[in-house]
Design a protein around this ligand. Sequence first.
Ligand code: S3P
Length: 434
Amino acid sequence: MQFKLVPGGVLTGEVRVPGDKSISHRCVMLGALAQGMTRISGFLEGEDALATLAAFRAMGVEIEGPSQGNVTITGVGLRGLRAPTEPLDLGNAGTGMRLLCGLMAGQAFSTELTGDASLCSRPMGRVIDPLTTMGASIRSTEGGRPPLNIEGGRKLRSIHYDLPMASAQVKSCVLLAGLYSEGRTSITEPAPTRDHTERMLRGFGYPVQADAGVISLQGGGALQACDIDVPADISSAAFFLVAASIAPGSDVLLTHVGINPTRTGVINILKMMGADLTLENRREVGGEPVADIRVRSAILQGIEIPADQVPLAIDEFPVLFIAAACARGRTVLRGAEELRVKESDRIAAMAEGLSALGIQNAVLEDGIIIEGGTLGGGVVETYQDHRIAMSFAVAAVRAEAEITVLNCDHVATSFPDFQGLARRLGLQISVEAG
Ligand code: S3P
């Protein structure tokens, strides 16, 4: 499937983008392991979260839905999962695989975790290392890549782990293994990363401490089922935050967006660039802050992106690069080497696409320098990465000629019907067979 975009367009209207991917994965996992019935609304019916849901069904958990974002899970308790008869296929989802890895290390049965070609090329050593120190036994292919074979029946011991990189997936993996470990598991992170696991564990009645950058929990407790309202995903909203900012005359309201401070780097960075964003109707749902975000077009300026914002905007850089391409002057990003091990090498993929559209840029080992300019038309490759595809789709609002975005199937992993919503807001997007 590929996107074809007519240049130009003004974005107007009000939309609620689909549910948060990080939270959707986690509520299936914790709901399955809780005691009692967990009712979820606003669940992301994207392929990534559905793969996690299928994995728990394969381990004997009764799950109703999803139907219009509603899911009901009958929890089996921390020790109630059953051995799956086949490998668990997490599709394209790094979060699904890395978090599940921590949980599976604590089970009485062995499991194999696998995924699509992209996931099977991503590094898992970052979770295998701490889990092995905790006493797990995990086999991988060359270079710590999936499939992963996780041996059951191992006794886990708690550790203190100094995270070598700012990764919420690794932090969450260790915390989830910590549920099955004797004693207290603790972690320090080099910079704050998304804290949905910590918040949700507390929501399920499981104490988690976070003091002076040290996050810890005691193994051997129990989770109590609860109801969860999943906010709209700020990572999906980001495409329209940028599109409406760069398309003159735009005025869009994105409703019920999660604004957890560990996720709002995109808002902070866009505001530093001069974007006109206002947060209205702030409230809290199930331990997560949400707001409606109003965005009106504005003239953007290139900036040096502050290092502390990098982990807080890690998934939004592809679309922030489009904002930078449309800004006046130069934008510099450093300290973002993690972008190279996402669903694609996002620095290389974006640099290539920006060049194809006539935007000058220089690739750095850990970032990129982008000179604001005029976007031309052209054909861009996505390397089957959903966020690269959606980023170049929104670039069309400021392009001078038609843009074709190749290989867009993976958009369904995080943003089902992106094209429908985008069209409703004013993007001139059509879908063609690839
Ligand atoms: C996620 C953490 C981030 C992010 C990913 C979702 C999570 O990955 O990029 O899309 O839900 O914990 P890292 O932990 O690799 O930074």
